[in-house]
Write a protein that binds this ligand. Sequence first.
Ligand code: PLP
Length: 437
Amino acid sequence: MWFGSTRDCSPRATLDQALQAGLAPDGGLFVPMEIPGINRNTISPDLDLPECAARVLAPYFEHSRLADRLPAICRQALDIDLPLNALHGDPKAWVMELFHGPTAAFKDFAARFLAACLDALSETRQSVPKSVQTVLVATSGDTGAAVAAAFHGKPGFRVVIVYPDGRVSARQAHQLGAFGDNIHAFRVQGDFDDCQRMVKHLLATAESVQRYRLTSANSISIGRLLPQISYYALAASSLASCGSIDFIVPTGNLGNALACILAREMGFPIATVTLATNANRTLPDFFSGNDYRGRPGLQTLANAMDVGDPSNFERLAWIYRDRDPRDAAIRAESVDDAAIQARIQTEYRRHGQVICPHTACAMEVLRRLRNQGHDRPVVVAATAHPAKFEQVIEPLIGQTIQPPPELARLLQRPARAEAIAPEPAALERALEGLDHA
Ligand SMILES: *Cc1c(COP(=O)(O)O)cnc(C)c1O
């Protein structure tokens, strides 16, 4: 399997090269040159996620140095609980809980998988002298923690996290600064799009890439996108007796939902994919017929989705380069803060269900669709544990929310993050500072 760039101006790369580079040399995102079809019968519903992932991802790992180790990588990285719960009061709806990893958000699946791949790659390349690789990550809250947890204490790696100061929840910020050791957090005086721009700039600068042995762990990394396909494949396979399934996915940078779309293109029984965004309307505007227009991110209660110019749009456009993605059974719906709050309250009062603000966007979209007479089987992706957003949720439901044990442990440690300006040069200086520290 070969990987190319969404901008079509880079030589083709192997998966191993794509994993290590993060971003293609022309500044584009790596994409598989073809989307492999899958024989659905090889995915029986009684597989667990690591087994399912090893089969679903095998075609992408053909000719990779990691091909033989893929099952072990999946076992090590993706052994995370994945409940698919029937939704109260709706016989044809399920909630897929993606937040049972160490940092209580869906990004654990992808971050752990990427870390396991990069680790395995550095082990299989004994000849090169081992200097520390720097994993650069821009985060709107959850990516940074997931990547930090995945690489924490791994020899040969350090993680540099940049996040928008004051725009992540207090617990998220604490979590980012609390790892210590080989994890370094910087708070940027700007928004998430600034953070993303800084990281992209450095990754596109050959000199910095070489000097710091930079690699990326953002959702722009192909090693993050691929593993996410597996839980959609497994959910769709296990509900196949209900026919093809619609999915509603809380969406910001479009990584998670794109994995769902890829699962469908591979042949899994998935019908419409609905992107549930917060008040950031870039994708809903595009899918309702307007030209794509990236814009600054708006701050909302579902802060991990405060993205005005989703990176993975480039991949979506590339995948549908021969036709209009608006004809591809993809829908996008925006949910504003007032609707998020009302949805959190209503789900709690009616069903005793506590949901995070991101999941609330998807749940609101489901309830709207049902009100419009939509009666197809639907899976809602629940992307974070509500305890990460207790400052939003607790006042709405009048209850305190206990963090899961791993999160609780992290929150008890001291946290530290240095402030930097929203410019690539500031990030470069920060990297330099680490080398001299
Ligand atoms: C990152 C994140 C999202 C958005 O996912 P994308 O892949 O960026 O679209 C949604 N919910 C939570 C809780 C997140 O952390």
